[in-house]
Write a protein that binds this ligand. Structure first.
Ligand code: ATR
Length: 264
């Protein structure tokens, strides 16, 4: 029987991960199955145990379980430890956790979008799980400035305090001068945008929305200001490719999969 993998979240029905991993498996000739599992809130550990007992080899973890997954692991990678969150589980003797979100964002920026964060000034909006997952990778990629902006300043300061070189800011104090502006808030899911002062987005700025599959007010504001606006679909495909590599030892090509997801 083919090795079993799955994405686990709540909700998870609309996840694109099964399609992405099926395409990776086909392209690399790997025999595996990949499904979507909706775990009840409060039932994450039980769902992981059941999947493992049925022979499951690995899981991608999505909202809202990434912190719970981190707590469940018997061992974690350095990047998961820095993020305090896990999006990839390897089910072996123990449960090993990794986090491929940060490298996924950096590879999308540097590879697909040709805007390497190295040497760039980066503004990261949000201080929740999505932001936490990518800070270390942006710093490791060589961003010369990384500012965290959040409505709740205490959360921004708490996150900034965990990484040398990271600065916290309220939205009102932000000014122009950033090369890359990443929206890691959940505002787009509510049809809202973070309260960025006018002038932060403009020509020459890459505005990156981690949400994908919808045109958010942040993307619309970026386009209206003359910035280059991109959604998070490339990050989704890149983080998936890194998970696939961790599980199978084979690195799938991402560009054809991203192209197909964008056009049909
Ligand atoms: P996630 O794990 O998706 O990051 P989270 O931990 O609930 O979810 O964090 C959501 C983030 O989006 C927070 O940074 C939140 O800002 P506050 O901490 O100030 O609440 C941010 N956020 C949500 N809605 C927002 C909005 N309308 N404008 C700006 N920021 C918003």
């Amino acid at each position: 029987m083919a090795d079993r993998y799955a994405v686990i979240g709540n909700p998870v029905a609309h996840s694109k991960s099964p399609r992405i991993h099926a395409e990776f498996a086909r392209a690399t000739g790997q025999a595996l199955s990949y499904e979507a599992i909706e775990a009840p809130l409060g039932g994450f550990a039980g769902a992981v145990a059941a999947f493992r007992a049925s022979g499951g080899k690995g899981l991608n973890v999505t909202l809202p379980f990434k912190e719970e997954a981190y707590a469940l692991c018997t061992g974690v990678s350095e990047r998961a430890r820095l993020a305090r969150a896990v999006n990839t589980l390897m089910l072996k003797e123990g449960v090993f956790g990794d986090n491929t979100d940060g490298i996924g964002l950096v590879r999308d920026l540097a590879g697909n979008l040709q805007v390497d964060p190295g040497g760039k000034r980066v503004l990261l909006m949000g201080a929740g799980g999505a932001a936490q997952g990518v800070v270390a990778a942006l710093l490791a990629a060589g961003a010369i400035e990384l500012v965290i902006a959040n409505r709740d300043m205490r959360r921004a300061q708490a996150l900034a305090g965990r990484f040398p070189g990271l600065k916290a800011s309220g939205y009102g104090a932000l000014a122009r001068g950033f090369d890359i502006v990443v929206n890691a808030t959940s505002a787009g899911l509510q049809g809202a945008a973070p309260p960025l002062p006018a002038g932060v987005l403009g020509p020459g700025v890459l505005a990156y929305e981690m949400v994908y599959g919808r045109d958010t007010p942040f993307l619309a504001a970026a386009r209206a200001a003359g910035a280059r606006a991109c959604d998070g679909l490339g990050m989704l495909v890149e983080q998936a490719a890194e998970s696939f590599f961790l599980w199978r030892g084979v690195r799938p090509a991402t560009a054809p999969v991203l192209e197909r997801l964008r056009h049909g």
